[in-house]
Design a protein around this ligand. Structure first.
Ligand SMILES: Cc1cc2nc3c(=O)[nH]c(=O)nc-3n(C[C@H](O)[C@H](O)[C@H](O)COP(=O)(O)OP(=O)(O)OC[C@H]3O[C@@H](n4cnc5c(N)ncnc54)[C@H](O)[C@@H]3O)c2cc1C
Length: 399
């Protein structure tokens, strides 16, 4: 077992850090002030991401992506995560499941998305069904060589700017036929009906989208009818690892700011770092980050080394749960160490405080991760999580 990173990996992370500090940090204030990112700023970030070779780190080289192993994806997303206001999401990663598209679909959507020419959004959540995606009501009915789709989606992040969208819906009202459709910008029957203001200021919105008799050609089905959930399973592993990595970045930036502050700030005639109450907070932060990184990189490495899909899915739930909750705790403690000075929005910690809250909700809430973990323990035993040196027996059942 060797957890040593290679010089190439350290260089990769250093380049990601440079991109973050030179091309994401400068836009934090703009996003905080305007709750948006101008076209010019988007273009500048896009150019920097392309120049650094960090576009579509998750996609195959044959399609124009960087094809990074998951460990390397985590190394760069740890750095991107340090940028506040969710700017860490600017280095784009088109949906993993697009690689299962037809040649025409790859040509029209995947490859231009990889090049950063078009942007996507993903429409799953509905007002009455979030975690329980099986409860969605949006439905497609066949009409000749088209499908007619009706429904209401909410929190469709980035759909206000997206050139194409992946829509998750039922066919014939049957949840067993949950299917992914590719939608194009400007289609008749597609309408943004509401844009709620989020807790944090970010580069994009989270609109509600009404679909009314939207006609989609059958060639826009990704995979096949009923493939919706199957196609998104691998994506969950990747997305949860990347969220966890960004959260490690959030925690490191917040902890560093707190440590620097505690080394300078004086109260009652002493540096506050010399009060045990503060010293212990910093110690706990350091240990939590250390544990999170060990968990994240171990599980990402197992995935790269061929851990089967069920085991990867099971373990990445634990990684996502731990890293997102850890980042939240550390952000809160960093703010507490800086107190009034940490509470103001000119402080990166205050801005992280609002956005990192979302990470415990998206891609499966913390409770849903525990449901997955609890289910695995019942089905396969604690060894799925506590087994260190060998792969637990994960045959049988589904993740
Ligand atoms: C910033 C942000 C961006 C988002 N972007 C997108 C997007 O781009 N596309 C998209 O489709 N969606 C998006 N979402 C929606 C997100 O995926 C959902 O909010 C999430 O899946 C939870 O669903 P819900 O909000 O309906 O909560 P619910 O599913 O209604 O859950 C409510 C509460 O019940 C708990 N709960 C539910 N089931 C169980 C259970 N079995 N056991 C224990 N507790 C349970 C949950 O953990 C939660 O605490 C976004 C959300 C946010 C905050």
């Amino acid at each position: 077992m060797d957890f040593t990173f290679t010089p190439e990996q350290m260089d990769l992370q250093a380049r990601a850090r440079a991109l973050t500090e030179n091309h994401l940090f400068p836009y934090e204030e703009e996003v905080q002030e305007t709750n948006a990112l101008s076209d010019a700023s988007r273009a500048a970030i896009r150019d920097a991401v392309l120049a650094a070779g960090f576009n579509a780190v998750n996609h195959l080289r044959e399609d124009g992506g960087q094809e990074f192993p998951l460990v390397n994806q985590c190394l760069v997303f740890e750095e991107f995560g340090k940028a506040t206001n969710m700017l860490g999401l600017c280095p784009w990663m088109p949906a993993y499941c697009l690689r299962f598209g037809t040649e025409d679909q790859k040509q029209q959507y995947l490859r231009p998305a990889i090049r950063g020419e078009i942007r996507e959004a993903f429409l799953v959540t509905e007002p009455q069904s979030g975690s329980d995606a099986g409860g969605m009501l949006t439905n497609a009915v066949k009409d000749g060589d088209h499908y007619v789709i009706n429904g209401l989606k909410c929190f469709a992040s980035g759909s206000e700017r997206a050139d194409y969208m992946l829509l998750h819906c039922n066919v014939d009202g049957d949840p067993k036929k949950a299917t992914l459709f590719l939608l194009d910008k400007g289609m008749e029957g597609f309408e943004i009906v509401k844009t709620p203001k989020a807790l944090y200021n970010g580069p994009g919105d989270h609109p509600w989208v009404q679909l009314t008799n939207l006609r989609v050609h059958e060639s826009k089905i990704l995979g096949g009818i009923g493939q919706g959930f199957e196609l998104t399973k691998d994506w969950f592993v990747e997305q949860r690892a990347n969220i966890a990595a960004r959260c490690v970045g959030v925690a490191i930036r917040c902890a560093e700011i707190a440590a620097d502050w505690a080394a300078e700030r004086e109260a009652f005639g002493r540096k506050i770092q010399d009060y045990q109450g503060i010293e212990w907070k910093l110690a706990e932060m350091a240990v939590e980050i250390m544990a999170a990184k060990a968990l994240l990189y171990r599980c990402a490495s197992e995935y790269d080394n061929g851990l089967d899909r069920k085991a990867a899915h099971a373990r990445m739930s634990a990684v996502k749960l731990f890293c997102t909750e850890m980042a939240w705790r550390i952000c809160d403690q960093s703010l507490q160490i800086q107190s009034g000075h940490g509470f103001m929005m000119d402080n990166p910690v205050a801005r992280h405080y609002t956005s990192v809250r979302a990470e415990r909700i998206v891609e499966g809430t913390s409770e849903i991760q525990k449901v997955i973990i609890g289910g695995q323990i019942k089905k396969r035993g604690l060894g799925v999580y506590t087994g260190l040196m060998t792969q637990p027996n994960l045959t049988g059942g589904s993740a």
